[in-house]
Design a protein around this ligand. Structure first.
Ligand code: HEC
Ligand code: HEC
Ligand code: HEC
Ligand code: HEC
Length: 156
């Protein structure tokens, strides 16, 4: 193989590796617009939360300098291309569960990566370090500024 084509192969391999970075475990992130199709109530409400605006907010910060490191909490998958703390930051990457046939079967959805958020989900970002204050999930289930409106509210 000529040296120039070897570099092309190495370059392609790097592109493939970067593409794989967009995965959580074995599941691909699809973005909130895909969830919106079937979950309009939650989407419309989530869109108004500070979570939805978290990347812009970090970039606009005047007291901390923005860097790629901020995206691990201020974006969905540590990549600012998936801006905001979207659905999948709390519910898991949807590539394998977003299909209707899987979504309507709760167990199948969970087996394919759906996460029903627990306190640990919040703790991943609200870790109590620096300015990332701890939050109690139980106190925020009805906080539409933080999560979203529910079609089937938890516990009802
Ligand atoms: C093709 C339609 C469709 C798409 C796309 C879709 N869902 Fe669903 N989802 C459903 C249906 C149907 C249910 C079960 C009934 C309900 O709660 O509305 C459901 C249930 C859920 C539940 C509740 C699980 C439970 O039992 O507590 C969550 C959370 C959820 N979906 C998140 C998502 C996320 C996040 C995305 C995007 C990655 C997504 N869904 C994409 C149709 C869809
Ligand atoms: C460990 C996760 C984490 C990292 C890393 C992180 N943040 Fe935050 N950030 C949070 C959380 C959680 C909040 C919400 C805190 C609250 O008010 O409860 C927040 C809030 C903010 C806010 C709005 C409110 C405030 O306290 O000023 C700004 C602006 C902000 N972060 C900027 C940044 C910037 C810039 C970076 C990178 C230098 C960064 N953050 C890194 C988790 C993080
Ligand atoms: C991917 C990281 C991430 C996850 C997961 C996450 N959050 Fe956040 N949360 C943030 C960031 C970043 C902010 C600050 C947004 C901003 O203002 O820029 C925030 C803001 C908030 C705020 C508003 C704070 C304020 O004073 O404005 C509440 C309340 C909150 N989150 C609750 C929760 C709860 C409850 C969970 C778990 C169900 C959760 N968060 C999961 C990153 C996260
Ligand atoms: C900050 C974390 C967080 C984000 C972001 C988030 N959710 Fe949720 N979601 C929750 C929590 C917490 C529950 C309640 C879980 C339970 O049943 O205890 C929930 C429940 C749900 C449910 C089931 C209850 C219902 O309304 O019928 C659906 C569907 C859902 N979310 C869809 C979405 C979609 C779509 C998005 C993005 C547009 C999204 N969520 C963004 C935390 C989040």
């Amino acid at each position: 193989m000529r040296k120039s084509s070897l570099w092309i192969v190495l370059g392609l391999a790097a592109v493939v590796l970067v593409a794989f970075n967009v995965q959580a475990g074995d599941h691909a992130f699809v973005g909130a617009a895909k969830c919106k199709m079937c979950h309009k109530v939650q989407y419309a409400s989530w869109e108004t939360t500070s979570h939805a605006k978290a990347t812009d907010e970090a970039k606009a910060s005047t007291d901390r300098e923005y860097s790629a490191d901020c995206a691990k909490c201020h974006a969905t998958n540590a990549d600012e291309a998936m801006a905001g703390v979207q659905c999948e930051a709390c519910h898991g990457a949807g590539g394998d569960f977003k299909k209707m046939s899987i979504m309507k079967d709760r167990d199948a959805a969970i087996a394919n990566g759906l996460i029903i958020p627990t306190q640990a989900t919040c703790d991943g970002c609200h870790n109590g370090e620096d300015h990332a204050k701890k939050v109690a999930l139980a106190d925020n289930l009805n906080n539409k500024e933080a999560i979203h409106d529910f079609k089937n509210p938890p516990g009802e």
